[in-house]
Design a protein around this ligand. Structure first.
Ligand code: HXC
Length: 540
């Protein structure tokens, strides 16, 4: 039977001529887009890209591709251009201007990224750069993902005057709003001069690239003019200077790829925002592992040194300790590590350097690390072996009082789980500020080698019996030795502090791993309320 259905030709079926026209029209549009993209990829032009490469530096887009997981980068705002015309600026318009921004993934996790493009007017900070960076930080905040800024810039775009300065303000304002909400990481890959150092200075971690990055408020020429001091760029603001002297840099990469690797590794320890926990990994180490070498690590003689890093390496998941600020204030150690796959913030004195004394720089290093970790829900684990605060006019006049106060402020303010292990000396102010029980440390453990006292035995005997000893003639030294021994007997060892409840348990060093894993597991849902206030007034 013949079908009654009549098949109509499709309405959209166009005549061949129209079709060709439309295809050609699409081809033209696609070709235009491809041309635009090609132009965008050229940045400031082939010659400047060549100049960048000849300095051993990558371009902004090349850097982003190296930093992010392959194939994940999505650029935005690549067409935006500046609107200025003074000083010949109408001849200097480049699509996207002097920064490349967008989003992508690192280790499979979402991030936002901004990379200054030195090939466009030296990566100078323009009104447009400010708008683009502001937009990407806003997106990062709304999406709750970290932002990474790759810095390589001559500073404010002089031709744009106050527009450039205002754009910087927008960035600094956003850095401040984002602080404590999403992790902010600065990777330094070139010059960073003038006020532009304040954006990296406001971010959580600064990674400098050796020999390639420099940070300073005023450069060598200005310094020479104003103070007659002569200094080269590297000494003034190179990676080693900021990593070891000023503390501005937390990490140093030997080259660009090493800096990107550091950024990627750092992110693997951090949550994406302040409402999340740090990423857990499948444990690769036995949670019950008891390392017998720990039991003999701390010398019984208080004047002998040992490397606290060795203790950390043996206690935490093997190979997981990632030290930050390693070259700055080496009398203290801070970094992230994993315990049974969970991230913890490690803070420690380093008896192998200046006996682990607390000074101004160590105080700043410890306090800032604690505040970052608390803001991002990373539990604090502190290892204490400290003879006290560094004496002397240099420290006193430098403000050790207000710097040291930052440590106690940071620990007291922190609401994350807090654990402490006293490995040897915990004297006086150092005992109090370094995660002591009464500043609300959840659990304090002590090793049998712990000594908890107001001060060292010799100093205490001098203060308590100095006059009597001076009056004694022949027997003074014998009596002094007896009194020192008596004092040590009373305070050396953790048992009097354990008896008073200032130490929760005395443990074998080899048990530390098991104890800390159990304590962290127990405290995982810790709730701690703070009094309502606008914000505290931490000493600075
Ligand atoms: C616009 C600039 C510029 C600027 C340099 N350029 N500085 N464009 N605004 N501020 C241009 C150059 O003309 C050049 O353009 C390109 O950028 C690269 O600069 P070069 O000097 O050729 O590069 P290089 O030899 O590598 O030297 C880099 C440098 C040097 C060491 C950073 O440029 C320098 O010392 N600059 C001064 C740094 C400084 O003091 N900045 C502070 C600015 S004041 P072409 O066309 O040749 O590619 C400031 C205040 C901010 O930032 C306050 C914020 C709150």
């Amino acid at each position: 039977m013949q079908s009654k259905l009549r098949v109509e030709p499709p309405q959209s079926q166009a005549a061949p001529a129209d079709q060709t026209e439309r295809v050609n029209g699409h081809k033209a549009l696609i070709s235009e887009l491809q041309d635009q993209r090609k132009k965008i990829r050229q940045g400031g032009g082939a010659a400047r890209v060549e100049a960048q490469h000849s300095k051993g530096k990558l371009t902004a887009r090349e850097r982003i591709l190296r930093l992010l997981d392959e194939g994940t980068f999505q650029e935005i705002d690549a067409y935006i251009t500046h609107r200025h015309s003074d000083f010949g600026m109408n001849q200097q318009r480049y699509p996207g201007d002097s920064v490349v921004v967008g989003f992508g993934k690192i280790g499979g996790r979402r991030v936002c990224v901004a990379a200054q493009d030195f090939t466009v007017l030296g990566g100078s900070f323009s009104e447009v750069q400010g708008q683009k960076v502001a937009k990407i930080i806003d997106l990062a905040l709304e999406s709750g993902v970290p932002v990474i800024c790759l810095n390589d810039s001559v500073g404010a775009r002089i031709q744009e005057g106050v527009y450039s300065l205002a754009a910087y303000s927008e960035l600094f304002w956003r850095n401040t709003q984002a602080s404590g909400v999403i992790p902010q990481i600065s990777v330094m890959l070139g010059p960073c001069a003038g006020g532009s150092v304040y954006s990296p200075g406001l971010t959580d971690f600064v990674i400098m690239t050796q020999g390639e990055s420099h940070m300073f408020i005023t450069g060598p020429e200005v310094i020479k003019t104003v103070t007659a001091e002569e200094v080269d760029m590297e000494t003034l603001g190179g990676a080693m200077t900021h990593a070891s002297l000023s503390g501005v840099a937390h990490f140093v990469g030997a080259n660009e790829d090493a800096s990107f690797a550091t950024a990627r590794k750092l992110l693997s320890y951090l949550p994406s925002n302040n409402t999340e926990s740090a990423p857990r990994v499948t444990p690769t180490d036995d949670p019950t592992r008891a390392d017998a070498a720990l039991d003999a690590l701390v010398p019984c003689e208080g004047s002998q040194m040992y490397d606290m890093r060795e203790a950390i390496d043996r206690i935490f998941d093997l190979g997981s300790f990632f030290e930050a600020h390693a070259r700055f204030a080496p009398n203290a150690v801070v970094g992230f590590a994993r315990l049974n796959g969970e991230v913890a913030a490690v803070i420690a004195n380093q008896p192998a350097y200046a006996a682990g004394v607390l000074d101004i720089n160590a105080s700043d290093k410890i306090a800032r690390f604690i505040r970052f970790s608390d803001a991002f829900n990373i539990p604090l684990i502190t290892f204490v072996d400290c003879p006290g605060f560094m004496p002397g006019t240099v420290q006193e006049h430098g403000g050790i009082i207000r710097h040291g106060a930052k440590i106690v402020y940071a620990y007291s303010e922190a609401t994350v789980p807090k654990l402490a292990v006293i490995t040897r000396k915990a004297y006086g102010g150092a005992y109090i500020v370094l995660s002591s029980k009464c500043i609300r440390t959840d659990l304090v453990y002590a090793w049998p080698t712990a000594e908890i006292a107001v001060m060292g035995a010799e100093g205490a005997v001098n203060i308590l019996y100095g006059k009597e000893l001076k009056q004694m003639k022949d027997d003074a030294e014998t009596e002094r030795a007896r009194l020192v021994g008596e004092f040590r007997q009373k305070f050396s060892g953790p048992y009097s502090s354990a008896a008073s409840g200032h130490v929760d348990d005395v443990i074998l060093p080899s048990e530390t791993r098991v104890k800390l894993i159990a304590a962290l597991d127990f405290l995982r849902d810790k709730q701690a309320a703070s009094l309502p206030k606008k914000h505290g007034n931490m000493p600075v």
